[in-house]
Ligand binder design. Structure first.
Ligand SMILES: NC(=O)c1ccc[n+]([C@@H]2O[C@H](COP(=O)([O-])OP(=O)(O)OC[C@H]3O[C@@H](n4cnc5c(N)ncnc54)[C@H](O)[C@@H]3O)[C@@H](O)[C@H]2O)c1
Ligand SMILES: [Zn+2]
Length: 354
């Protein structure tokens, strides 16, 4: 078994068998277990959990799969279900699923009766390397991604890699994009190791998942509330979120990681213009990203809409856009000022390279 990784006040445990999860003290302290699943994790993941004694009497709450479930109506629905079940301070909410379930569940748990404890059991690559660690939770409102949310730490996170066996390939690719982002932030050797294995090799190489987690752990550990260096984890996300929102508005939603990968192409282009990111590295990285993710961008990109959406980003407080960019592999910078003209040029570059 891998040693646990510490994040803030909680630990991420790697469990080879789900029985190992029963050893955690939370089940004694919080005897009323509620499991939040979506329709897919109910079908593919919940049956394995239900074999454990601690889940025998659990209340199961199912929400529809998909990003559009991460909304306020769904929170209300879950809060009403918790009230109807008389869930109180003895309850623990287990988020069994991808980042949608853990973002929604973590937020719901944070506000219900001023906060009940929750556990994350990620079942996607993206949720393992990113969404379930770092304590960000939240929902979408008014077409703006993650606009309502809380920093809210789980009690613990349990990684059980066999859950990934049923994950569709495009979802593996989505999580792989966040792993590539971690590699860009950490150094060329990490990038080369990931590219050598490719998205197909992730499940067979759990050490790459762990390596990715360690990048996130090191950054979040220095700056849990995103006052400074944690902003570097937003590489690809400022433009990525705009692409994600725009694709949702057009009724052709793109997966989070796919938009982050394409956002990284545009943001590395900005990095080259503004911070001197080396041109040969830009070519290699953007060719790789476009090869894996370019074909997903099948929407008609309106540059004005995208620039408007970038302006709505929580990180932009003034007319100048604020980006996290890369000086070179492993050398990120945050609070980089980008003008509207530069942003539009980056979007033109992205559109032209598809
Ligand atoms: N809080 C954070 O720090 C953070 C970081 C990154 C992303 N996110 C959020 O995470 C979400 C994206 O996460 P995601 O990619 O995991 O999406 P997701 O939770 O929507 O899961 C993707 C799809 O895979 C299905 N699925 C999940 N596990 C499965 C399994 N084991 N087998 C088969 N199907 C399975 C789901 O039902 C869904 O259809 C977005 O809402 C994003 O904003 C949050
Ligand atoms: Zn992300």
């Amino acid at each position: 078994m891998q040693p646990a990784l510490t994040f803030g006040n909680y630990q991420a445990h790697f469990v080879d068998t789900l029985q190992q999860l029963e050893a955690h003290e939370v089940w004694q302290r919080q005897p009323f277990t509620i499991v939040l699943v979506d329709s897919n994790t109910r079908a593919y993941c919940l049956p394995r959990l239900m074999e454990l004694a601690v889940f025998q009497d659990a209340l199961i709450l199912e929400v529809p799969a998909g990003e559009s479930t991460k909304n306020l109506d769904m929170c209300e629905h879950i809060w009403e279900s918790l009230l109807a079940a008389k869930a109180g301070r003895d309850a623990v909410l287990v988020n069994l699923g991808g980042g949608m379930v853990s973002d929604l569940g973590g937020f719901v748990a944070g506000a219900y009766k001023r906060g009940i404890p929750f556990i994350n059991i990620p079942t996607t690559v993206l949720a393992m390397v990113d969404a379930t660690v770092g304590a960000k939770t939240g929902i979408n409102l008014g077409g703006v991604k993650n606009s309502i949310g809380l920093f809210n730490e789980p009690e613990a996170v349990f990684f059980h890699l066999p859950f990934l066996e049923t994950l569709p390939h495009e979802e593996v690719l989505s999580g792989f994009a966040e792993m590539l982002k971690h590699a860009l932030l950490s150094g060329q050797e990490h990038w080369d190791a990931l590219v050598a294995v490719g998205p197909e090799g992730i499940i067979a190489n759990p050490e790459l998942i762990i390596r990715s987690l360690k990048v996130k752990q090191a950054i979040v550990g220095q700056d849990p509330l995103e006052q400074g260096i944690r902003k570097t984890l937003n590489l690809g996300h400022t433009i990525g979120h705009a692409l994600e929102s725009e694709s949702m508005r057009l009724g052709k939603p793109l997966l989070h990681g796919h938009t982050v990968a394409l956002g990284m192409v545009a943001e590395l282009w900005l990095s080259m213009q503004i911070l001197g990111f080396p041109q040969k590295d830009f070519k290699a990285v953007s060719n790789y990203l476009l090869g894996l993710y370019g074909s997903f961008l099948n929407i008609d990109l309106s540059l004005d809409n995208l620039a408007e959406l970038v302006g709505n980003d929580k990180k932009n407080r003034s007319k100048q856009f604020s980006f996290s960019l890369l000086q070179q592999f492993g050398k990120p910078e945050y609070n980089c000022n980008v003008s509207r003209e530069q942003l539009l040029e980056a979007l033109v570059y992205l559109r032209g390279s598809l």
